[in-house]
Design a binder for this molecule. Sequence first.
Ligand code: ZN
Length: 419
Amino acid sequence: MIFRHSNHGAHEKQGSDKRRKALMLSALTACALVFSLLCVFSSYSICYAVSYGGQVVGQVSSRAELTAAIEEADSLAGEILGEEHYISQCLSVTATVGTVPESAEELAGKLIESVDSIVNRCCVYVDGSMVGAIADDGELQDILDAIAARYTTDSTVSVGIRENVTYEYALINAELESDPEELAWLLDPNNGESQYRLTVVSRESSASVASVPHGTVVTYDPEGYSDEVEHVSDGQDGLMVCSYSVELENGQVVGRHLTGTQVTVEPQPEEITVGALPGSRTDSRGFYIWPTTGLITSEFGGRETDVGSADHSGLDIGNTIGTDVWAADGGDVIYAGDTHAGYGLLVKVLHDNGQVTCYAHLSRILVSVGDRVAQGDVIARMGDTGDVTGPHLHFEIRPDGENPVDPMRYMTGWPEFDR
Ligand SMILES: [Zn+2]
């Protein structure tokens, strides 16, 4: 470029000189020859033309510049090719009336470029170490693009190379030029034998569906006990889409982090009702309710009678067969069966304070030994089994679990009876 520019300038200069010459000849004929010669020698000085391999490479205007150009070219060729005086051995120099002398530096550059075994190539470096030299950086870009493409999928967000890959054009020994395929193999991330193998760092987006746990909505029942849980409706888990950013090295996942979630199906909470009262419905309350409805037909204690004990161990409450019999308080059923004796069908309940209540002459028993019953639970039906004169409930309270006392000590009011 510099050379062409100089040449162009020289053509202008030539034209200018010719016009000047014509002007001079027409105006001063006598001095024409002298002037012309002066002009010629001032513009077309003697040059040293340098040929390399039979081809003229360039020219400089002085011996000093010639020597400098050859020394520089020789030195550079020596560095590149490892041979001293490589260029000077093949040069020929002729003196000529040249057109345009060049600088020593320009000539040195031309000399170097005319050596067949020295080429200007794209030298490729990985983290500062030279890997090879190829014709141009476009080939390098093709290699890098092909490597990146191998690790690019539909979900790839970004892809890059961890190592610092650079290039620089330089004059090199032509023998050192690499085959692009060889360079590609040296840079190949899968080439475990290459110290220059590249690491492809890519980022992908991924998504997966996860369930959203359903919660539980609790409603408290002011009349229920804490151990009473009523299931109102099933819950249903929801769904959400979780988005991830995945980091990969040569296609292997090395990191993953959540970038966002989106609920696509809202969870439906489970609904339950829980009693607000402490304890359990079957806990003993510590007082007794009347165990049935009816009239008190016989009180506790001494009496005159044709059947049964003269010393009455309980209270008799008369009503019709089949009338409900309730547990007077909560507790464990410790007897439920036929006594085959005066009591007939009998139920006994042990309360939490150790007291026992007895329910006799039943027509039907609705509980079993081991059942836990609550105050007011229907445990049996009134009957006339055992030694009776008519249907009634014989009700006893045994504070120590064994010996009955007058139930009226514990009862308040009278049993209900709808006449
Ligand atoms: Zn009785």
